[in-house]
Design a protein around this ligand. Structure first.
Ligand SMILES: Nc1nc2c(ncn2[C@@H]2O[C@H](COP(=O)(O)OP(=O)(O)OP(=O)(O)O)[C@@H](O)[C@H]2O)c(=O)[nH]1
Ligand SMILES: [Mg+2]
Length: 463
């Protein structure tokens, strides 16, 4: 995929705009050394040796700092790269950027350095995406998982599945040219069983990918319950500011309110929803529909109950909102037992009960969203519920990867069907070819230009 010869030289600030101790400007491309000569009278330093130089533009000293030279191909992009470490002054940075552009470099597009690294085979596409995900990570767990993907964890898993596909494809395609009796041949070679084992592997991997997507987007944590139970108040207590409207009027929340929050290192996407009840109000009814749809897609459900309206925990099961929740969870194809569920008894300040958790019922937490008591214990409960789902080798992933795994699995399933009587061996081969081709879009070994543009345009400038 190497086409760096045709590429120009780009430049951008690699540190965020604003004042700081140090500001880094990065130059990459075949003319790096030539444009560098326009901002200093010092010679190009030895490769990879930090060297102190004075930056001089049109005979005027501008600043002094360190320069690092990474000749091609041993650089981030694979091209000649020069890093200028100036003082973190926006004035100095602008001055040097303008001089470098005047000397013939072009301002880099967002993500262009990483795109070049990809095009020069320094990183595959999943690793390149992991760079952006690492930079954007909001929690330690997300950052750690992004680092796993950057180290190639996801790519290795994808490649191992691709290798299995290659082995099977080679075997089948070699025999197509010698057609005896397809059925006999397939039975003898137990092709159906081999396809099935690849299918199982694909499903296993896609579970890991799903977890990786959750780390990226946050575990979808849905606050649900009857109107006025205090769902919005609780959302506000968990995020630490007044994100949602709170009023004594039942039926205040209609649309879903989403807020990202970091709870003990676990990224959550908290979703406050409309209170569940029978209603003739059109807007509230639509809000209820959205609330149910959110439940079906939830990773964690926080069922909020007004403790003053429910004397005993046992009574919760008789409440109309609880039935609604149970129904919604089953409709989603996820039985209510598989989605972790925490019962939050709110407004404990109006009861005699103590806030917090009972040792014998860790999934029930008494809180006051009003005065904040018990909210810490709720955080703990959420963290325990969510934290169980990740392992240290977990990698970060994107929805794009998940879709690819789904398509790959579909093609493999079709191949299995064509391998069963009545056998269509050419179609088996074709479906396996397609599954392989689709799978390789994750690492970018098979990718369209459009897709690349889409992915790299979401990066920040200078990366
Ligand atoms: N005393 C007390 N009042 C609370 C507590 N939490 C919420 N409230 C009050 O209960 C009322 C309803 O609170 P909301 O947070 O709007 O309830 P909700 O569940 O979002 O209600 P809907 O959006 O209508 O479904 C408001 O008047 C809150 O001030 C609490 O812990 N203690
Ligand atoms: Mg509300």
């Amino acid at each position: 995929m190497n086409s760096s010869a045709a590429r120009d030289t780009v430049v951008a600030a690699a540190t965020p705009p604003g004042q700081g101790g140090v500001g880094v400007i990065r130059v990459s491309g075949p003319d790096s050394a030539a444009v560098y000569a326009h901002i200093t009278t010092s010679p190009l330093p030895a490769p990879r040796v930090a060297t102190n130089v004075e930056f001089v533009v049109q005979n005027e000293p501008v600043d002094q700092g360190l320069v690092l030279y990474f000749p091609s191909p041993r650089s981030y992009t694979g091209e000649d790269v020069i890093e200028l470490h100036t003082h973190g002054s926006p004035m100095v940075q602008d001055h040097l950027l303008a001089a470098l552009v005047k000397a013939g470099a072009r301002l880099a597009r967002p993500g262009e350095f990483t795109e070049r690294a990809f095009l020069n085979d320094k990183l595959d596409l999943a690793q390149a995406e992991a760079v952006a995900d690492l930079i954007a990570a909001q929690t330690q767990l997300a950052a750690r998982s992004a680092h796993q993907s950057l180290r190639g964890r996801l790519s290795t898993l994808v490649d191992s599945l691709a290798d299995e596909l290659i082995a099977l494809r080679t075997f089948i395609e070699a025999t197509i040219d010698f057609p005896d009796d397809d059925t006999d041949f397939l039975e003898q070679a137990d092709i159906v069983a081999r396809i099935k084992s690849i299918e199982v592997r694909c499903t296993e991997l896609s579970r890991g990918v799903e977890q990786g997507v959750k780390l990226n987007e946050g575990l979808r944590t849905v606050l649900t319950g009857a109107p006025n139970a205090g769902k919005s108040s609780l959302l506000n207590a968990l995020v630490g500011f007044e994100a949602a409207l709170v009023t004594p009027v039942a039926g205040t929340t209609r649309d879903i309110i989403k807020e990202s929050v970091n709870i003990g290192g676990v990224p959550l996407l908290l979703m406050d929803t409309a209170g569940l009840r029978e209603t003739d109000d059109l807007v509230e009814r639509l809000g209820n529909e959205r609330a149910r749809a959110a439940l079906e897609d939830a990773d964690i459900v926080l069922e909020v109950v007004d403790a003053t309206a429910t004397a005993n925990v046992e009574d919760v099961g008789h409440q109309p909102a609880h039935h609604d929740i149970a129904n919604a969870l089953e409709i989603g194809g996820n039985s209510s037992t598989t989605i972790p569920h925490i019962l939050v008894l709110n407004k404990v300040d109006l009861t005699d009960a103590e806030p917090g958790r009972d040792a014998d019922a860790p999934a029930t937490v008494r809180v006051s969203a009003l005065d904040g008591r018990g909210v810490g214990e709720l955080r703990e409960a959420i963290k325990e519920t969510a934290g169980l789902r990740f392992n240290p080798e977990q990698f970060i992933a994107r929805r794009r990867h998940l879709r690819i795994f789904e398509q790959t699995a579909d093609h493999i399933a079709s191949a299995r069907q064509f391998a069963s009587p009545p056998v269509h061996i050419e179609l088996v081969a074709e479906e396996l070819r397609l599954s392989h081709e689709v799978l390789q879009q994750i690492t970018g070994r098979f990718t369209t230009e459009d897709l690349l543009g889409e992915i790299f345009s979401t990066f920040c400038i200078g990366k």
